[in-house]
Structures are given as structure tokens and as C-alpha cells.
Design a protein around this ligand. Structure first.
Ligand SMILES: [Fe+2]
Length: 369
């Protein structure tokens, strides 16, 4: 067995009504900065549950957009400072959760977000409570926050041990109000975390446990995802699979699928999970050439007979919501150049070259593949 460390300091509380049951224990301080998107926290019922039991004061920052910008986190950090908030309570999908983490840093550090990428930060971020309303990001159990950096024309992850939320409350009912396309996009994001972690250079005996368990659990939801009728049981499985994916990538990071997907989101507007899903079939084919047993294990756990069946599944899930792209050779080269600069590439098995990435991206953008 190899040497490894495994760090996941977030307390997870999973099941129906866990937020209401937490009662006054939901508060980690005297005054909360509640961070949400523009609608999902209200639509899901999560915000009402929080406000019905939260003791102490709070201020709501509900202006987090999809793929949050530097300006948004600066604004939220300023509100936290001015209002004297001593903890952050994040409700929503990956965007509010990630934005809230950076606000928790900016509330106690005088720095521009771009500086945080370069120099890190001095003062420990405010403690964070995370309540996901999508089953995909895994951010509720990771030390990462991904922001959109206009200056660099990409999405970029920031990481630090104090960005692990102190507590994550996971109630599958909050995902029931999600539109179908968001449910599918986020589910595929969760799968990409699990798969990329299992196929990572940094995978260890410990990180593989949540990854493999999560892939198997995700596999049980395939019939519901295919039918596009996602019942409560499937939603619970997806939410747990998503958190297991978060626990896994907290140890290993993501790999080339995320590196390529960031450009498909930034330039082509594909939702994050769909951008990953578009690249995953060709990524698995590539990885099969360097680690065939690992790819076979994934297929077995998903109960899919072949890589072609995996590609067929992605195609089927995205049918009708748009999962194909036509990218020119020039665009592919541009995206590959950007991806090669990321750390994620080094996590991928097989030491992929720019040519390998170009092949994966061109397969992903070919509607016949
Ligand atoms: Fe992701």
C-alpha cells in the first residue's frame, strides 16, 4: 500500500428535514451572512427552513449569478465586513457555495480575489455552513471555490483548508424543485468528479473508497435519469453520490475533463456539468489506453456493457437539452492551449499531450461520435 493522507473535516448531516432539526445548532456565530443565488434557495424551500430555525441576526446576500465573478465576491465580502457577520451560511448550487467561500475569506482579509490565487491569505476564513440545493458540485465537502476570472477568460479554482465548510446539511428534497436540465447537468458533474478522481494520478486507497461507492450509487440512478423522471429515491442517491464525489476530489483534484470543460463554459456557455459530459466519453476512451482495468471497473459499477454504451448514455441524457458542439480546429487549439496550463492536466493518467486533448475535444464536439 502507498503512503497517503486523507483530510475531510466537514461534518455531514444527511436526510430529510436535517436543517429544521438542527434548530439553533445551525448558527456558528452571532450574525450570519446568508449567501444564495437569485431564486433556488427560495424555490427549494431551503431558505424558509433556515430562517424558521436560525437564532441570532443575519443578512441575506442573494445576488450570486451562475459562474460567479470576482466582482460578486468582492461585493459579498464587503457586506459581511460592514454588517459584522461572524459566519457564512451558503444555500444553493455550486455557484453560491463557491462564492460564499471566497466571501468568507474576504470578510476577514483585505485583499483582491485575484491576489488570493497568487499569495493565499493570512486570516482564517469565517466558518461556513453549506446547504446544497443541487446534486452535483460537491462543494459542500471540498476546500475549493471556482470563480470566473474575466482577465484570464476562464474559470479557476481557489483552494485552502479553511474553505471546507464546517457543517454540510444535505436534504434531498431541496433538489426536487430543480428543472430537469439542471438536474441532469449537475448529476453529470457529480459523475465527472467521481470518475476523474478514481482516474487521477493522485488517487489513493482512501480516495478510491468514496469514488467507487459514489460511482456505484450514481449507477443506480441511470434508469431514472434515462426516463427523465427523477423520484425521491434517485434524488437522495444523486445527492449522496455528489457529496462522495466532493470528498474524493478534495483529496485528488479533478483532471483533464474539467480543464477542457472550463473553456466550453466560458466561451460557449455550456453549463458546467454538460461541458464535462461532452468530454467524458472520449476521455474514458483515451484513459482506457493507459489504465484499461480502471475504466472497466467504472463501466462495471455503472452496469454499462461498453464505452460505446457510456457515450450513448451521455447522448441520451443531453438529447433535447443540447449537448453537442461544433468547434473549429482553431477553437480546439485555443481551448487545448488553455487547458494545458492548468494543474488539472497533471492529475490525469497517461500524461496526456496537447494532441491527446485535441482528439478528446474534437470527439466531444462531433455530434456523430
Ligand atoms: Fe465540477
Amino acid at each position: 500500500m502507498n503512503k497517503f493522507s486523507f483530510f475531510m473535516p466537514t461534518k455531514m448531516v444527511f436526510g430529510p428535514d436535517v436543517v429544521r432539526e438542527a434548530g439553533a445548532g445551525l448558527a456558528l456565530g452571532k450574525k450570519a451572512l446568508i449567501v444564495t443565488g437569485r431564486s433556488s434557495a427560495r424555490r427549494s424551500g431551503a431558505l424558509d427552513d433556515v430562517l424558521s430555525v436560525l437564532p441570532g441576526e443575519y443578512v441575506v446576500f442573494d445576488q450570486v449569478e451562475n459562474n460567479p465573478s470576482v466582482e460578486t465576491v468582492i461585493e459579498g465580502g464587503k457586506v459581511a465586513k460592514e454588517e459584522g457577520c461572524d459566519y457564512v451560511l451558503a444555500i444553493g448550487g455550486g455557484s453560491p457555495l463557491d462564492a460564499a467561500k471566497v466571501m468568507a475569506v474576504l470578510a476577514v482579509n483585505d485583499a483582491h480575489p485575484l491576489q488570493l490565487y497568487k499569495d493565499g491569505w493570512q486570516n482564517r476564513a469565517l466558518p461556513i455552513v453549506a446547504i446544497p440545493t443541487t446534486a452535483g458540485t460537491g462543494s459542500e465537502v471540498t476546500q475549493y471555490a471556482v470563480l470566473t476570472i474575466a482577465e484570464e477568460q476562464t474559470k479557476k479554482g481557489l483552494g485552502g483548508p479553511d474553505l471546507f465548510p464546517q457543517v454540510a446539511y444535505l436534504d434531498p428534497k431541496y433538489t426536487e424543485s430543480l428543472p430537469l436540465d439542471v438536474t441532469i447537468d449537475t448529476a453529470v458533474d457529480a459523475l465527472s468528479h467521481l470518475v476523474e478522481s478514481y482516474l487521477s494520478q493522485r488517487a489513493t486507497e482512501a480516495s478510491e473508497l468514496p469514488a467507487l461507492q459514489g460511482i456505484a450509487l450514481w449507477g443506480t440512478t441511470i434508469p431514472a435519469l434515462r426516463k427523465k423522471v427523477i423520484d425521491r429515491e434517485a434524488r437522495a442517491a444523486l445527492l449522496l453520490a455528489s457529496s462522495l464525489g466532493g470528498i474524493a476530489i478534495a483529496q485528488t483534484g479533478t483532471a483533464l475533463v474539467h480543464a477542457l470543460g472550463y473553456s466550453l463554459t466560458y466561451y460557449d456557455g455550456l453549463p458546467h456539468g454538460r461541458a464535462n459530459g461532452v468530454c467524458m466519453p472520449a476521455y474514458l476512451e483515451y484513459t482506457k489506453t493507459v489504465a484499461p482495468e480502471r475504466v472497466d471497473t467504472i463501466l462495471e459499477l455503472l452496469e454499462l456493457p461498453s464505452l460505446a454504451a457510456f457515450g450513448g448514455l451521455m447522448h441520451e441524457l443531453f438529447a433535447g437539452i443540447g449537448g453537442t458542439l461544433q468547434l473549429s480546429a482553431e477553437t480546439i487549439e485555443h481551448y487545448v492551449t488553455k487547458a494545458m496550463l492548468t494543474k488539472n492536466i497533471k492529475n490525469s493518467l497517461g500524461d496526456p499531450s496537447a494532441e491527446d486533448l485535441a482528439r478528446i475535444l474534437s470527439r466531444g464536439s462531433d455530434p456523430r461520435s
